[in-house]
Design a protein around this ligand. Structure first.
Ligand code: NCD
Ligand code: ZN
Length: 353
């Protein structure tokens, strides 16, 4: 990574990053959002929570084709596909997926945890044959780490998941490699710091930039609602400590999750923030606020491929210190998409040359 000056860099050049947690959707939404990611990232781990979910290698291959079809012909972007774990996922499904070479991970949503997760796992024990097959071939399990018990306070669901689901799973299948996705709490940071090489975590830009006050600033803010929900400031500070530490098993995963405007601004609004329009700029902003711009490259571009046992990218990108205004919205089929920080100013901009 190269700065122009040490104190207030005006440009930032880094190895091209990858996004290790992304929702691209399908149909009109896919066509509206895919290029935002492809403009920034070399690769992205594409979440399988379509309706119906992507549960086998054949569906993943079809989905991959659909993604490539909406990108320009000369796009070098590489979607890294995932399967959606269900109670019925068999060891043979994992083996086939692994042999396809195209499926890089499997996603575990507790049933009912979030958008399109109704087909998720009701009893993790039922999936143990599939999880053992993953352990055998080194394929990571990507975990949405929240319990769904309605009696558990929504702000405590990650901490309770770690104690009641994740730690027992790690004890039961010690060889299983796991990514705890979009971590939001000091509990998660503590676990990653204490665990060995088999456990990693992604962190979103929005969980680095905002705490739960942002949900209620001057009124209820549906575009700041995502899952896991924003937490109190002490937890955001724990995430900042995590990125400041330079620990190799934290890496970039935007969890950019587009929803049509009317589905967000509703009496029962969907969870998910759209951040792909300015993903690396948002991370640069967060890392600069944390005083560790020098740690951005490892987090965004090196730690992820190392954990996934994939080659690091060889291209570079350059960010410039430049004021620009985020559009108020983007077209998405017959609807619109409201990006994070719509109409507001950001101070880093990805160069186009
Ligand atoms: C995601 C979505 O909309 O698909 N929403 C979100 O708030 N992050 C699902 C998820 O990752 O939980
Ligand atoms: Zn997600």
């Amino acid at each position: 990574m190269v700065y122009m000056t040490d104190s207030a860099p005006t440009t930032l050049t880094l190895t091209q990053p990858d996004d290790w947690h992304l929702h691209l959707r399908d149909g009109e939404a896919l066509a509206a959002v895919a290029d935002h990611t492809a403009q920034q990232f070399a690769r992205a781990i594409v979440m399988p929570n379509l309706n119906p979910p992507v549960t086998n290698a054949r569906m993943a291959a079809d989905y991959r084709k659909a993604i490539m079809a909406v990108l320009p012909d000369d796009s070098a972007f590489e979607p890294l596909m995932t399967l959606y774990l269900t109670d019925n996922t068999r060891a043979a499904d994992i083996e086939q997926a692994h042999e396809s070479g195209m499926v890089k991970a499997v996603k575990f949503y507790p049933a009912g945890a979030t958008t399109n997760s109704d087909a998720g796992v009701t009893d993790l024990k039922k999936t143990y044959p599939a999880l053992h097959a993953m352990a055998a071939c080194g394929m990571p399990l990507l975990v949405h780490g929240e319990v769904t018990d309605p009696d558990v306070d929504v702000f405590d669901r990650e901490a309770v998941f770690i104690e009641t689901v994740l730690k027992p799973l790690m004890d039961d299948i010690p060889e299983l490699r796991i990514v705890l996705e979009h971590i939001t709490t000091g509990h998660a940071v503590k676990l990653i710091n204490q665990s060995g090489e088999r456990l990693a975590a992604t962190i979103t830009a929005h969980h680095l930039l905002m705490n739960r006050n942002s949900l209620f600033k001057g009124g209820i803010r549906p575009h700041h609602y995502c899952l896991p929900v924003l937490k109190r400031e002490t937890h955001r500070l724990a995430l900042l400590d995590a990125i400041r530490s330079g620990h190799p098993r934290y890496f970039l995963g935007t969890d950019s999750a587009p929803h049509a405007r009317e589905n967000k601004e509703s009496a029962c609004g969907c969870a998910g923030m759209y951040t792909a329009h300015a993903a690396i700029e948002l991370y640069a902003t967060a890392f600069e606020q944390a005083g560790v711009l020098d740690k951005l490259e490892a987090f965004a571009s090196l730690n992820g491929p190392d954990f996934y046992r994939l080659p690091r990218n060889t291209e570079q990108i350059t960010l410039r210190r430049q004021d620009w205004q985020v559009p108020d919205n983007y077209p998405m089929g017959i609807s619109t998409l409201i990006p994070l920080y719509a109409g507001e100013h950001l101070h880093w901009k990805l160069g186009t040359d």
